[in-house]
Write a protein that binds this ligand. Structure first.
Ligand code: PEP
Ligand code: MN
Length: 357
C-alpha cells in the first residue's frame, strides 16, 4: 500500500497520522518513506489490514491518496502511477537535454563504444555517433569482464574522457558504475548511471545509486537470468531510496542456444509497459552478440514499443578491446537511427489511424 501525503502538512497532522498508523498496524513501522515528485510517500505492508482500517487511513488529514498495489513492487508499478514516466537526461548547462520515455516519446538512441579505450577513440566515436543522429553517448570506463585477464577499462581517466566528449559534442553521457563507493564519483562525471546486468541485484549499489547526490537517472540492465519481477524489484530499491528516475534496459537473457550471445527478450517490452510506468530501452548489441543482427533487432525493439535503443559502436570493430563482435560502425548506426524514426512514424500512425484493424 502506498500512502501519498499532501504537500505541506503540519507537524500536528503528521503526528496524528503516525499515531493512527501505529494504532491500526500495531507499531507504526513504514516499510519505507521517501520523496516522489516533491511529496512524501509511505509504503506499508497492508496484508493484515481490513477494509475499514484502509478507509480510515485515507481519511487522515495528512493523506492525499492511498493506493493498494497487489504486486511486491509498489512505487514502480502502473497501479501507483498510470502515466508513463518521461525521464530527463542531461542539463542544459553542459549538454543537450533529452527525455527518455513518457507520453508521445520519440525513441532515443544511445550509442558509443563498449569501453572507453583512449581519448582519440572516444572523441572520434562521439563525433561520429552524433553525426549519425544518436542523442546520448555511451562508453564504459569501468568494465565488468568475465575474465580477470581482459581489459578492465581506463577507470577515472575514462570518466575524464567522457566529460571531454560531452563538452565537445553536447551529448549527455552514460557509463557503468560497479561499486557503491564509486557512485558519487561516477555521478560527478556521468549524466546517467548504468547498473550492469551482473550487478542488477547488488543491493548496496542499488541503494547508493538511489541516493546519489547529483540526482542522476539510473539505467538498470536486466540481470543475466533475472525474472521480470526480480528486475522490477531491483528498480524498486532505487526508487524507494529516493530516486524515481530509473530506465529499464532489456539486454538479453541467458538461454540454451549458443548461436547468439543472449536471447533478446522483446516480449518483455510491451509487458513492462503494462506493469510499470518506467521507460524501457532495448540493447540489441548484448542481446545478440552479433553486429549483423543488430539492425533487424533494433527495428524489432522499436516495433515492440521500446522508448529507445542502446548500441555499441566502434570506428573499427575488429580492433575493439571489448565486444567488437557485436559492435556496429558509425555508418550502420546512421541507418539504424533513420529506420528507428521511420518505425516510430509507423507506430504513431498505428495509434492515429483506423486503417489498422
Ligand atoms: C555494457 O553495456 O557494455 C555491459 C557490460 O552490459 P551488460 O551489463 O548488459 O552485460
Ligand atoms: Mn559491452
Amino acid at each position: 500500500m502506498i500512502i501519498t501525503l499532501r504537500k505541506q502538512i503540519s507537524s500536528e497532522e503528521r503526528n496524528q497520522l503516525e499515531t493512527h498508523l501505529g494504532r491500526v498496524t500495531g507499531t507504526y513501522r513504514p516499510t519505507i518513506a521517501t520523496m516522489i515528485d516533491e511529496r512524501e510517500v509511505i509504503v506499508l505492508d497492508d496484508s493484515q489490514l481490513d477494509k475499514q482500517a484502509l478507509s480510515a487511513i485515507s481519511q487522515q488529514r495528512a493523506v492525499e491518496r492511498v493506493v493498494q498495489v497487489k504486486t511486491q513492487y509498489q512505487l514502480v508499478s502502473k497501479a501507483f502511477k498510470t502515466e508513463s514516466s518521461g525521464i530527463q537526461v542531461g542539463d542544459a548547462k553542459s549538454s543537450q537535454p533529452v527525455t527518455i520515455g513518457g507520453a508521445d516519446a520519440v525513441p532515443v538512441v544511445i550509442a558509443g563504444p563498449c569501453a572507453v579505450e583512449s581519448k582519440e577513440q572516444l572523441i572520434s566515436t562521439a563525433v561520429a555517433v552524433k553525426a549519425a543522429g544518436a542523442q546520448i553517448l555511451r562508453g564504459g570506463a569501468f568494465k565488468p569482464r568475465t575474465s580477470p585477464y581482459q581489459f578492465q577499462g581506463l577507470g577515472i581517466e575514462g570518466l575524464r574522457f567522457l566529460k571531454e566528449a560531452r563538452e565537445l559534442t553536447g551529448l549527455p553521457v552514460i557509463t557503468e558504475v560497479m561499486e557503491p563507493d564509486m557512485v558519487e564519483i561516477v555521478a560527478e562525471y556521468a549524466d546517467i548511471l548504468q547498473i550492469g546486468s551482473r550487478n542488477m541485484q547488488n543491493f548496496p549499489l542499488l541503494y547508493a545509486a538511489g541516493r546519489n547526490r547529483f540526482h542522476r537517472p539510473v539505467m538498470l540492465k536486466r540481470g543475466i537470468s533475472a525474472t521480470i519481477d526480480e528486475w522490477l524489484l531491483a528498480a524498486e530499491y532505487i526508487v524507494s531510496a529516493g530516486n524515481p528516475n530509473v530506465i529499464l534496459c532489456e539486454r538479453g537473457i541467458r538461454s540454451f542456444d549458443t548461436q547468439t550471445r543472449n536471447l533478446l527478450d522483446l516480449t518483455c517490452v510491451p509487458l513492462l509497459h503494462e506493469l510499470t510506468h518506467l521507460p524501457v530501452i532495448v540493447d540489441p548489441s548484448h542481446g545478440t552478440g552479433r553486429s549483423e543482427l543488430v539492425p533487424t533487432m533494433s527495428r524489432a525493439g522499436i516495433a515492440a514499443g521500446a522508448d529507445g535503443l542502446i548500441l555499441e559502436v566502434h570506428p573499427d570493430p575488429t580492433s575493439a578491446l571489448c565486444d567488437g563482435r557485436q559492435s556496429i560502425t558509425p555508418e550502420q548506426l546512421r541507418s539504424i537511427v533513420y529506420e528507428a524514426q521511420i518505425m516510430n512514424q509507423l507506430m504513431i500512425g498505428k495509434t492515429q489511424h483506423s486503417w489498422v484493424a
